[in-house]
Design a protein around this ligand. Sequence first.
Ligand SMILES: NC(=O)c1ccc[n+]([C@@H]2O[C@H](COP(=O)([O-])OP(=O)(O)OC[C@H]3O[C@@H](n4cnc5c(N)ncnc54)[C@H](O)[C@@H]3O)[C@@H](O)[C@H]2O)c1
Length: 350
Amino acid sequence: MQSRKFRIGLIGGGGIAQAVHIPGWKNLPDVEIVGVADVSEPTAKKAAELAGVAQIFSDYRDLLKLDLDAVDICTPNRVHTPAALAALEAGKHVICEKPLAVSTAEVRELGQLADRKKLKLMTAQHQRFTHGAKAAKAWVDGGNLGEAYHARVRAMRRAWLPTSPGFIDATLAGGGPCMDIGVHALDLCLWLMDFPKPVRVSGSAKTVFAKGHDMPNMWGEWDRKRYTVEDFASGYVHFENGATLMLEAAWMCHQTENEELLAQIFGKKGGIKWPTAEFATVVNGVHSQGSLTHPTHVEHPHWNELAAFYDCVVNNKPSPVPWTETIKVIGILEAIYTSSQEGKEIALKL
Ligand SMILES: NC(=O)c1ccc[n+]([C@@H]2O[C@H](COP(=O)([O-])OP(=O)(O)OC[C@H]3O[C@@H](n4cnc5c(N)ncnc54)[C@H](O)[C@@H]3O)[C@@H](O)[C@H]2O)c1
């Protein structure tokens, strides 16, 4: 007799769902996707075909009426909170693409609801599941960093501006590169720093190139009128323990690298960089350095993230990316925008 499989409902069947979430779930033998909800019928059909499921829905509330164990949310950012609230209210565990929400109030509402209902809630921060990140984390946990006193976070692209409305229309995206890719490097950096409490943030968010026509984009043309998010943001963060952090995020800028993703942490015993997992330290009075990983390792971080979520639900383990960590990430990003709008440093009370 075949035992019942773990049943997933997918909300949002577009780019990331088709590229990595559907293959990742299919890679787990005890899991099945039983339905897909997408406001675009052709997208729902394509995703359902890839997932090998028959049931598609235009309204995720209808998907939630199915017998599901968990829901995987891959919609534009601003749909994350309403979809996750509905899924939690319906008693389903939730994994949701980054950013979990675009404000701390939303993260708190989601987290408290999940806690009250004893359901798992995980932000899909797949970068934590890369070899480089795991090696860096083990190095830090091994006591090699010492007290972290400063960090640099960069998510800077030369000309990779996503063109779909879900990324460039503020009513759907809730933010530009700061929320889209800054969130990856910031989450990784805070994770390596053991999530100190941010207390003050100043920042700036601006649209330098995306309203104009001078910068060629590797992903092609986009709707300038609909473009209502920043294309560059920077921030400076103070933590309760005295540590500081500088962040820069851009979809377009004049730099020679196509993309630079970086979290660099300076500790009193050593320093570490992600994603390269390069370290610097002093051994017996001599400056010493190296790299913790081999760059040719094949890896599937998105698949690993889905497997970790499945494991936390079926074995009742803590969420691998809990909302109590995510709220610090989103709190900093939100405060960068608020500081930019109000022209002053923002005190965070998380
Ligand atoms: N972790 C990563 O590496 C990574 C990479 C890309 C995107 N993402 C995240 O994944 C999410 C989706 O991005 P994408 O690139 O797949 O975008 P996409 O536009 O390709 O897909 C989003 C899908 O959601 C659907 N949708 C919109 N509103 C909906 C609603 N109310 N109900 C159901 N479906 C709805 C759209 O029709 C679309 O098919 C975003 O939050 C983004 O930040 C993460």
